[in-house]
Design a protein around this ligand. Structure first.
Ligand code: SAH
Length: 347
């Protein structure tokens, strides 16, 4: 059964027209869905007969907040959503002075295998549907009672490994009759799937592309990010350069600082060399300690930042939010999975 909330407005209008409904009905139903209704019964101005017909023809689910943790340090809220099939994904609501940002997941688990990331430890279970990505924004907004102005696709999963659903989600969330969140308020982060970067470039969207670089040399990058063995840094930088040329959008390079692995001065110099002629921004991230990983946080963030700046690059150090609530990607889901496992073991 097709998901009603994954349909675009033209698709919905066409499907309703095929059921003999007037043209305005599509917009009516679309608007209700994007308000975050819990059931068909809430569609007040839609005839009961049609609501029943829709319920018979399309699936319609609402995620359940299985857990919610609020940081005492900065008010960051982390949600663990239980989906219709019992799988769980995380979203994080971050409150900044310039507005509220929600970080959404795009897959249940991840198959990219980055050595430092908690989301990938148990592999990928399945892709999320466009509706399931959208629901994370809708229901975070409804639960918190606060308007969400920015979205980052930086939660569990690799967005470019689920690109069809992600493109559809972007169309939905951007729609004036839906949440109407502008592309310039959306960031998408990728570990570097080159064909996906190229496809996204073709789409010419005005969102911000973040590339998880984490090492400028293939030897180091292949050690910590298996994706580099398929698409190495040279191919990655080529795709980034083309992306900039197509979209005119400056790329943000994410760089989690790992002790003794990617925090050497020569690596800062190499980043500068590779980024020559391409307006980019380097975002240094303090590595979050992941229990399953032997990699440790670097203490050289400030030195590395200065070194990048000495080459004329803009480099920032990401402020860490929600440190007390397992707010980094995949950590809460891992914990819930482990606890469920322990529960089963002790029975
Ligand atoms: N798959 C996408 C988006 C999800 S991860 C990607 O790889 O970009 C979001 C960001 O968190 C990525 O930059 C990722 O490399 C980073 N990340 C993952 N684990 C981390 C950790 N333990 N400490 C710091 N950053 C981490």
């Amino acid at each position: 059964m097709n998901e009603l909330k994954s349909m675009t407005l033209p698709e919905l209008t066409e499907a309703l027209r095929a059921m003999g409904e007037p043209a305005f009905r599509g917009k009516q139903v679309f608007t209700w869905l994007h308000k975050g209704i819990q059931s068909y019964d809430e569609m007040g101005n839609v005839p009961k007969g049609l609501r029943e017909k829709l319920a018979r023809t399309y699936s319609f689910a609402v995620p359940k907040a299985a857990r919610k943790q609020v940081s005492r340090l900065d008010g960051t809220v982390k949600y663990l959503w239980e989906l219709a099939d019992g799988n769980c994904v995380e979203s994080v609501l971050m409150r900044y002075r310039h507005g509220n940002t929600v970080c959404v997941s795009t897959q249940v688990g991840c198959r990219m295998g980055c050595a430092f990331c908690a989301s990938t430890v148990a592999g990928k279970v399945r892709d999320l549907t466009p509706a399931e990505i959208l629901d994370q924004v809708l229901f975070t907004q409804l639960d918190s009672g606060e308007t969400v102005s920015n979205i980052v696709l930086m939660g569990i999963g690799e967005p470019l490994d689920n690109l069809d659903a992600v493109l559809r989600f972007l169309e939905l969330v951007n729609h004036p009759d839906g949440l109407n969140i502008g592309m310039r308020h959306i960031s998408l982060s990728t570990c570097g799937l080159v064909p996906g970067i190229r496809r996204l470039g073709e789409a010419g969207l005005q969102l911000t592309l973040s590339v998880s670089l984490h090492a400028p040399d293939s030897e180091t990058r292949s050690q910590i990010m298996p994706v580099n063995r398929a698409y190495d840094v040279e191919e990655l930088f080529d795709a980034c350069r083309d992306y900039f040329q197509k979209t005119g959008r400056r790329i943000s390079f994410e760089y989690a600082m790992i002790d003794g692995v990617n925090d050497h001065d020569w690596q800062a110099d190499l980043i500068a060399q590779k980024l020559r002629g391409m307006p980019g921004h380097v975002n240094l991230i303090p590595l979050n300690d992941v229990a399953e990983s032997p990699l440790k946080p670097s203490k050289r963030l400030a030195v590395f930042q200065k070194r990048l700046e000495s080459h004329g690059l803009t480099a920032t150090v990401r402020r860490s939010l929600g440190g007390d609530i397992d707010a980094s990607c995949g950590q809460l889901r891992r914990k819930a999975m482990e606890e469920a496992q322990k529960g089963e073991d002790s029975q």
